[in-house]
Every structure is written in C-alpha cells, then in structure tokens.
Design a protein. Structure first.
Length: 293
C-alpha cells in the first residue's frame, strides 16, 4: 500500500479565487466527514475488513457494467475513504485512488492495509490528476456523489480523458440532477423544485452538521455544490474525445436522499421513491464511455 502526498497550489490557475476558496471550504468539510464516516452508522469498514469477499453496495450495483477487471490498471477519482476502491481491487483491478482530503487518503490507506490489498493512494485535487498520477489507466472509475463538488464539468471530462489510455474506458454512476434539484421539503404529494438543474448556475451553499452516513457531527459544516445536468455531462465527455457506449437512467439511489423514500427491494443499501412516483423522476444514471485507439 502506498499513500502519496504531492504538493500543489490547488486547481488550475484559470479557476477564480472565489471558486478556489469554495473548494477549500469543501476540503475542510470532507476532512471533517472522515471520522463520522468511520464511526457508528457510517461506512461499515469493519465488514470489509472481516469479510474478504464483501463489496460495497455501489460497486455491487456497478459490477454487471464493469465486466472482468482482472489485471486492469484502474483509477478511482475522488475515492474518499477507499471503500469502493478496495472493492474494485477485490474484483481484480490494480487500483489507484485519488482524493483531495488528507484525512480520507490516510483512512483509505489504512483500510487497504487492513484488508491485505495492494493499492496506491494519492492526495491531490482531481483537476490535477494527470500531473499527480503521472500515468494512464485502462479504467477510470468515479462513484456516486462526486461531480457535484466540482465547478467545471468540462475540465473534469478533459482530466478523465487525459488519464485514460487509448482503448481505455470510463465508468460512472452518479446522482441525477433532476432529483438533486428537488426541495428538501418535497413530499410524494408535493414535489417542489428548489435547486438548479442546469450546468453553469451559481454554486449552492449549504450548512449541515450531519452527513449522509454516520451518526456523528461534522465540525466543518459549510459546503458548496455545483449543478451539472445530464446533457452537460454527456457533452463534456464527447467534447473531451470520448465515445459514449452506454447511458442508462435509474429509479434508485444509494442513500436516503429524502426521508420518505423506501428501500429498493432489489438492491441492498439503495432507495427509491414509492410508486407511482418511482416512475416519474430518475434518481441516478450510469455512463460508460471509451477513448478511441
């Protein structure tokens, strides 16, 4: 297991000072989430350590799309504490994880060691991944709830293409902005839209002392998020030179996004809207793409 810290001045210089400041706030928040996610009600890392066949709910969902990973070089961008990263390694990938949170990278490195898996973890901003990683990969993987923390989806897509070998591929399952635009006060009978759907709208500011996982308090509660609609994500990947192989929208999401959602009967750890609303609003989507030879 290798954990690397590579110094950088943050995102590319063309990002404004205001955006850099917002991303620094997010970094403090994600550092503060690590002990919460490792604690009671969190990511259940003990289950991954004690059961060498266990995969996370997200990677279990993605597995049919991923195919055989044996012997592939894979990178997990925005890997957080490495639970999905470890799961990809268990599917046979030679894995690297990248995240901007030093606390998360330390936790991911420890998790991989305790699972007896060889993994490389690099601390740094995802926009500087080509420089920080110093190599290219057969598979670029990004998990659910990643791109909403990034201000520029086109820059992200160019990064994905840059760290991918010719013939390599991208897999992403992500929360759908149609659902993310719903109000926190939405009910099955009154579906309010509160947040933006389209890319390019101003950052959204939140103050939350709790997280989507874990029972503890987040000591740096302020965050900023950016909306990226589905068309913007797809077009960004196309503009970066990738070929879209699959686009699928889903009725389910791997966290309790609204308190009245119900467990998905077909997938452990995933939730959906009750019928008939489940047929009306997509909650997530999967994109598979490749880089031409």
């Amino acid at each position: 297991m290798v954990a690397e810290k590579r110094q950088s001045d943050g995102p590319e210089a063309s990002l404004s000072d205001d955006v850099r400041a917002k991303m620094a706030v997010n970094k403090s928040n994600w550092n503060a989430r690590v002990p919460v996610h490792l604690g009671p009600g969190g990511y259940s890392v003990d289950g991954l350590i004690t059961d060498p066949s266990r995969l996370t709910d997200v990677v279990t969902f993605d597995r049919p799309y991923l195919g055989d990973l044996t012997g592939l070089d894979a990178v997990h961008l925005q890997c957080h504490i490495g639970t999905d990263t470890v799961s990809l390694a268990r599917l046979g990938a030679s894995i690297t994880g990248l995240d901007f949170s030093p606390e998360a990278i330390a936790a991911a490195t420890d998790l991989a060691q305790r699972c007896g898996l060889d993994a490389r973890f690099v601390e740094g901003d995802v926009y500087r991944a080509p420089e920080l990683l110093g190599r290219t990969y057969d598979l670029v993987y990004t998990g659910v709830g990643a791109i909403n923390w990034l201000p520029d989806i086109n820059r992200w897509a160019r990064v994905v293409a840059a760290v991918m070998r010719p013939g390599g591929r991208l897999h992403m399952t992500e929360g759908h902005q149609a659902a993310m635009a719903l109000s926190d006060d939405a009910t099955p009978d009154h579906m309010l839209m509160e947040y933006p759907y389209f890319d390019g709208t101003p950052a959204m500011r939140f103050e939350e002392t709790t997280s989507y996982a874990g029972d503890g308090e987040v000591t740096s509660p302020r965050t900023f998020e950016w909306a990226h609609n589905l068309a913007a994500v797809v077009q960004a990947l196309i503009d970066a030179g990738l070929v879209i192989d699959r686009l699928e929208e889903h009725r389910t999401l791997p966290w309790l996004f609204l308190p009245w959602m119900e467990p998905d009967p077909d997938r452990d750890g995933w939730y959906r809207f009750p019928a008939p609303l489940s047929e009306s609003i997509p909650l997530s989507y999967t994109i598979a793409a490749h880089k031409p030879d």
